[in-house]
Write a protein that binds this ligand. Structure first.
Ligand code: SF4
Length: 123
């Protein structure tokens, strides 16, 4: 039996193309268009699972290239304190007074899970 697909919740599909809603759209070559390879290297799910707080806000600087795009920068800020989080979130833990556990972040799927084989598809 096929398992239920669990795609990245920030990726949308339109006319055969993929788009990321976390793209900041800043900078000269910025784009929200992503490819399988762009998402495969995305750190968003890992950061969210390691710091599952509702106040954590993430943006991605995605740069367009000829037929691909790359994530050039991951931006992370705290909505409670309205600060940019330095040093890769060392202070974003349940000990923070503003911590608000986010069950969805804890269960964030990997960015590009393997497409499962349908049962009985093996020859
Ligand atoms: S995996 Fe990362 S780059 Fe791809 S759509 Fe999701 S958040 Fe955006």
């Amino acid at each position: 039996m096929m398992t239920e697909p669990k795609p990245c919740p920030y990726r949308s599909v339109e006319l055969g193309r993929l788009f990321c809603s976390l793209a900041t759209q800043e900078g000269e070559r910025s784009t929200s268009r992503v490819y399988n390879e762009t998402c495969a290297g995305c750190q968003m799910a890992k950061i969210k699972r390691e710091h599952p707080c509702k106040n954590l806000d993430i943006g991605l600087n995605i740069a367009a290239h000829r037929d691909r795009s790359t994530i050039d920068d991951v931006l992370v800020a705290c909505k409670a304190y309205r600060i940019i989080l330095p040093e890769m979130l060392d202070d974003c833990t349940p000990e923070c007074p503003a911590w608000s556990e986010d069950p969805e972040a804890k269960a964030m799927p990997d960015p590009m899970p393997e497409k499962p084989e349908a049962e009985g598809s093996e020859q």
